[in-house]
Design a protein around this ligand. Structure first.
Ligand code: HEM
Length: 448
């Protein structure tokens, strides 16, 4: 393997350089798409606790230890910013979303946005979501080759439209909005990053226009009416403790970002859980037995009682994190755990670096939800051993919402159905977008 230095540390700084292969970005990206876990292990063996790879014509420094990922997420020296990095990756599609803001501006917006995710609102969302989720789950097709990814994606989108928008859209309109979101999300990982017709990039730009027009059209009615329990209405009326509110543009931008942030992440987690529960029927039985001991229509306080689903969810998020990495850019010369990071370098804290690290987890490739039990508590081996929701000031604002949604859907699925995959089936992930199964996870779904 070739060895190149990212940049020589300033003389007398005592900092060490960051090494990488210096191979062209396209080659590095293809390696990542093929097997990111193997790539991380190889780079750790070759370059130690940090490396850099080229991607999209840029150089990304990637810490390969938990201390390094923590240092990026916590950003104690305030030398790293999210907007210049996420802005490069997804800015044209998700501009002015909260993750594309930094420092004081981010704090200001986060305090208002936080109002939409407090305990009272979460309880309200849970009450709203249950009847439609139950109906949605009951409507699933049964038999062989039911594509879990597609079915769950449609279900979580319907849920998002109801809980986030508070609207009962005609199917064709719901599909149009879904497509716009998917196009925006996929555009971020596009290798061609220009508005050339037919490319993922061009589709993403068109998707953004659809979403902006949609939210602007519906905003006046939301503003004018009393607050209802949907996110759109909550954001129109939200007021931070300091009395700040969102402008119309803010509401549109935050709605587009939050819907994106919520949708595929939850779908991927549910699909990953469905996969492992199909591969490990003993865990499916355990989770179902626990669901049967709880009421069909749960309340917020029941959520803590899903101990089996909780462990399965955490293990699924460890093995297949929906958001592969946190993206940042150095605003000035800085360092990560003693390594020199020059101004302008892109930096990524990549969850799988820790999630598959044998120093932090026993037999990390094995599905073993009991590793999260109080007795074993492997997730406490390091503060960042388990980090699917990120960390620091940008830590996922929807993490309790996500866990509530995921457990409620799984609870309903377990009570209605059993599902299985053929013996020896192993899924293959497409890592060129957010990590989804290439075959969309076909299962045999049987009503019980
Ligand atoms: C299992 C599902 C989810 C996962 C794995 C996940 C993961 C993440 C991660 C890793 C970040 C941090 C990115 C960074 O620092 O660069 C993040 C941020 C964020 N997430 Fe989630 N997320 C999930 C679900 C949700 C849901 C359901 C919502 C909303 C309802 C949401 C809203 C957000 C928002 C608004 C941010 C940006 C926060 C900020 O910049 O202050 N997420 N998420």
């Amino acid at each position: 393997m070739r060895t190149r230095v990212l940049a020589a540390p300033p003389a007398g700084s005592g900092l060490r350089p960051i090494y990488g292969t210096g191979d062209p970005g396209v080659i590095e990206l293809l390696r990542f798409f093929r097997n990111p876990i193997e790539l991380v292990a190889q780079r750790r063996a070759a370059f130690g606790d940090i490396t850099y790879i080229k991607a999209f014509g840029l150089e990304f420094a990637i810490p390969l230890t938990a201390d390094g990922t923590e240092s990026v997420a916590m950003n104690r020296q305030k030398a790293l910013a999210a907007e210049p990095a996420w802005g490069f990756l997804i800015g044209p599609f998700f501009r002015r979303g909260i993750l594309l803001m930094d420092f004081e501006e981010h704090r200001h917006h986060r305090l208002i946005l936080q109002q939409a995710f407090n305990n009272k609102r979460l309880r309200g969302y849970l009450d709203e979501m249950q009847p439609m989720l139950r109906k949605g789950v009951e409507r699933l097709p049964t038999g062989e080759n039911v594509l879990v990814l597609d079915e769950l994606k449609a279900l979580t989108l319907d849920l998002a439209l109801e809980i986030f928008l508070g609207m009962d859209l005609p199917r064709a309109e719901a599909d149009r909005i879904n497509k716009a979101f998917v196009d925006c999300v996929n555009a971020g990982m596009s290798i061609i990053r220009k508005d050339i017709p037919g490319t993922k990039w061009a589709k993403g730009l068109a998707g953004r226009r659809v979403l902006e027009e949609f939210f602007r059209r519906h905003l006046p009615a939301k503003r004018a009416s009393d607050e209802t329990p949907d996110l759109f209405s909550v954001l129109c009326h939200a007021r931070s403790e300091e009395g700040h509110t969102f402008t119309d543009e803010d509401v549109v931008n935050h709605m587009i970002f939050v819907l994106m942030a919520a949708h595929d992440t939850s779908t991927i987690t549910l699909t990953t859980m469905a996969y492992y529960l199909a591969k490990h029927p003993e865990w499916q039985d355990r989770a179902r037995a626990q669901s049967r001991s709880l009421p069909r229509e749960i309340n917020y306080d029941n959520l803590g009682e899903f101990t089996v689903l909780d462990a399965v969810m955490k293990e699924s998020l460890r093995l297949n994190s929906p958001v592969p990495g946190l993206a940042r850019r150095a605003l000035e010369d800085t360092e990560i755990n003693g390594h020199f990071v020059p101004k302008g370098t892109y930096v990524s804290a990549v969850g799988m670096v820790n999630h598959h690290n044998p120093d932090l987890w026993t037999d990390p490739e094995r599905f073993d939800p009991d590793r999260f039990s109080p007795e074993r508590a492997e997730d406490t081996s390091h503060r960042y051993a388990w980090m699917p929701f990120g960390g620091g000031v940008h830590k996922c604002i929807g993490l309790y919402f996500a866990q509530m949604e995921i457990k409620t859907i799984m609870h309903n699925l377990l009570l209605e159905y059993e599902w299985s995959v053929p013996d020896g089936y192993t899924w293959k992930l497409d890592n060129s977008t957010l990590p989804v199964p290439k075959d969309r996870l076909p299962v045999t779904l049987r009503a019980i």
